[in-house]
Write a protein that binds this ligand. Structure first.
Ligand code: HEC
Length: 172
């Protein structure tokens, strides 16, 4: 018995879908038997190095303006200062996850001293302090809204965190 072609077509299409999904299941099973391929791109430690360097570069670029405000060579601008202070506070929070064990070794591009990993508790404390101070700095900026003595002192204090950590943990 012959079906009209208008009924035969959906049946054929459904059959094709079943066959295709069966083929998909079989090929998925075949793939899962293979060893997992190595993830593409740089190793996790290399990525950590790139991330922290990028974060520090941005922190440096956003912070430079405040150095000029403290010296009086740049005018204080509330919108500019607020944007920069909040960026620094956010970026400081990206640092801890980007100093994993071993992420300086064999990396000629890194200026991180091996002491970071041998004095981990001290380094982590310096980092936590910096993050807290970066947050406080954004709050001081929001309160002061100008290049007051209080705000200039906050700039100097945050700059001291950069210097203090670099002296101990960063190659010149
Ligand atoms: C808790 C420690 C610590 C603090 C705080 C810190 N830094 Fe750094 N900084 C480092 C280390 C370590 C490196 C080197 C990272 C690497 O190369 O692996 C670095 C690198 C840098 C770099 C070079 C980035 C590059 O690769 O070109 C700049 C710029 C920088 N820091 C700016 C600052 C500024 C500005 C501050 C303060 C607002 C600051 N840092 C606070 C530890 C710190």
């Amino acid at each position: 018995m012959r079906y009209p072609s208008s009924r035969a077509l959906p049946l054929t299409a459904a059959g094709a879908i079943i066959l295709m999904s069966a083929a998909f299941v079989i090929s998925a099973q075949a793939q899962s038997a293979q060893p997992a391929p190595a993830p593409a791109g740089p190793s996790p430690t290399k990525q950590a190095l790139e991330n922290r360097k990028a974060a520090y570069t941005l922190i440096g670029n956003y912070f430079r303006y405040f150095g000029a405000v403290a010296k009086g060579t740049a005018a204080y601008d509330e919108a500019e200062a607020t944007k920069r202070a909040s960026r620094i506070a956010f970026l400081s929070g990206l640092l801890d996850e980007n100093f994993p064990e071993g992420s300086n070794f064999g990396e000629p591009d890194s200026k991180a001293k091996a002491d970071i990993w041998s004095s981990r508790a001290d380094f982590d404390k310096k980092l936590k302090d910096f993050q807290a101070h970066a947050q406080a700095f954004a709050e001081t900026n929001a309160k002061e809204k100008g290049a007051s003595d209080t705000f200039k002192a906050a700039i100097a204090s945050l700059a001291q965190d950069c210097k203090g950590c670099h002296e101990t943990y960063k190659v010149k």
